[in-house]
Design a protein around this ligand. Structure first.
Ligand SMILES: Cc1cc2nc3c(=O)[nH]c(=O)nc-3n(C[C@H](O)[C@H](O)[C@H](O)COP(=O)(O)OP(=O)(O)OC[C@H]3O[C@@H](n4cnc5c(N)ncnc54)[C@H](O)[C@@H]3O)c2cc1C
Length: 414
């Protein structure tokens, strides 16, 4: 196909905005379409970690951990049982993907984007106002005991084998690194090559402004239909308008499944819902996001308050939020950070777009070369967004992205 001169990008989350910005910078006439405000989807409320990501959720031990997670009322996993019949095929495939050889292959596939994730963000924001929102403080995991630290060795091996920078801390060193954490942790592991987005929503908004400065147009409208073949693509908006372009980039996050199917890509996209609570910044706060691994929640010192994020809830896109489980974590958060005071100032539910193999879908639709798919980034959508944008722009312009993207193709589900 000839290089794209125009593109429609559906979805203005971290992924869609990064695609729009990368395309606009390279001279493509971009229309970025979202039914809501820029960055108002799942990219609004995440934990801000930008990691060299590699770890699929379906790991070889997960099947044995699930029952105890489900029984623990403060545990990290909840299933709405009424949703189980719809969820069952995804869950069965998820179990298949937890086999050691599948887990390794899935980690390799995520790493195709994850390896360069922080560097791609650095490139995306260099010299722009958004640069000040990325802090090179890494991502710290803390463990209550030597036993829980040792139990996570498999995860660390996955990263070490790929050359990620892991720094290890004993209890004493941890107190130097994060003096305001309660002295209740035996070990800490820092993903030292990670960045921290101090305000993920604002980061996305600033990148959208940068795209507009490069000529992109933002249209607030619901996309109700999409069409594409190997030459052209089009979207129909809720108000009846029809827009055409050389390429369509589908980056509608957890809401991509139906539109992808219309573009010839049938993929088992589900959502892993997740929650956050916001607090006023405590007087003695943290220097970086810290995840209490034994309890599976994160405290993130955002520029506009302290954010607690947690949980995977399997309940689909329609069920109303249930904040009870995330609120049961408040006493534990105060144990972790004793200066955390006051009630939450805000609470939020987001929708991670997840396939059973945890690989994003990035690449042309198997049936329509003018449709580029860019969704399914699960727990790492912020991390992988900028690199996805680079790769999508390469694909739209017929440039070799520098690696074989087949493992990320929707064709794997055909
Ligand atoms: C609690 C929590 C913590 C997380 N922490 C991290 C983290 O620390 N690091 C990390 O890398 N990732 C994290 N994630 C995951 C990350 O937030 C997501 O993977 C990422 O935001 C997905 O981005 P996206 O652009 O694909 O989707 P979204 O941000 O959801 O954007 C999709 C957009 O598409 C629009 N849209 C959908 N359908 C249509 C339509 N028909 N017409 C028009 N517009 C449409 C929506 O309005 C939305 O704005 C976390 C997620 C959660 C829930």
């Amino acid at each position: 196909m000839p290089p794209a001169q125009s593109a429609l990008v559906v979805g203005a989350g971290a992924v869609g905005v990064s695609c729009a910005l990368q395309l606009a910078r390279r001279g493509v006439a971009v229309t970025l379409i979202d039914r809501g405000p820029v960055g108002g989807g799942t990219s609004h409320g995440n934990a801000g970690a930008i990691l060299r990501a590699a770890s699929p959720i379906a790991d070889p031990g997960i099947v044995w951990k699930v029952p105890s997670m489900l029984m623990d009322p403060t545990g990290p996993l909840a299933i709405r049982w009424r949703y189980l019949p719809r969820l069952a095929p995804w869950l069965l495939r998820f179990i298949v993907e937890s086999r050691p050889e599948r887990h390794r292959a899935n980690a390799d596939a995520i790493w195709l984007l994850g390896d360069q994730a922080p560097d791609a963000w650095r490139r995306q924001v260099r010299g722009a106002p958004a640069e000040t929102l990325l802090s090179p403080v890494g991502w710290l995991k803390v463990y209550s005991s030597e036993a829980s630290y040792r139990a996570a060795e498999g995860g660390r091996a996955l990263y070490r084998a790929r050359g990620a920078a892991l720094e290890e801390f004993d209890a004493h060193e941890l107190r130097q690194l994060e003096p305001n954490l309660a002295p209740i942790f035996a070990r800490g592991v820092l993903h030292a090559d990670g960045l921290f987005a101090l305000n993920p929503r604002r980061l996305v908004e600033l990148c959208a402004e940068a795209a507009v400065a490069q000529g992109a147009v933002i249209r607030q409208a619901e996309v109700v239909d999409v069409e594409a073949d190997d030459a052209r693509a089009a979207v129909t908006l809720a108000d009846g308008d029809r827009l055409e372009a050389d390429r369509l980039v589908l980056a509608a996050g957890a809401w991509s499944r139906g539109l992808a199917e219309k573009l010839g890509a049938k993929v088992p996209l589900e959502t892993e819902r997740g929650y956050h609570l916001m607090f006023e910044t405590p007087e003695r706060s943290l220097n970086r996001p810290v995840v209490w691994e034994d309890k599976s929640f994160v405290l993130c010192p955002m520029e506009h308050g302290l954010r607690l994020t947690s949980q995977v809830e399997l309940a689909g896109l329609e069920a109303p939020p249930d904040f009870r489980r995330v609120e049961t974590l408040i006493p534990m958060a105060r144990r972790m950070l004793p200066s955390l005071a006051g009630a939450p100032t805000d609470r939020w539910l987001g929708f991670r777009p997840s396939l059973p193999d945890a690989r994003p879908v990035v690449g042309p639709s198997p049936r329509a070369g003018a449709a580029l798919l860019a969704f399914g980034h699960q727990h790492y959508g912020l991390s992988l967004a900028a690199r996805t944008g680079e790769v999508v722009a390469d694909m739209a312009l017929g440039v070799d992205p520098g690696f074989d993207p087949t493992p990320l193709s929707a064709a794997r589900w055909a």
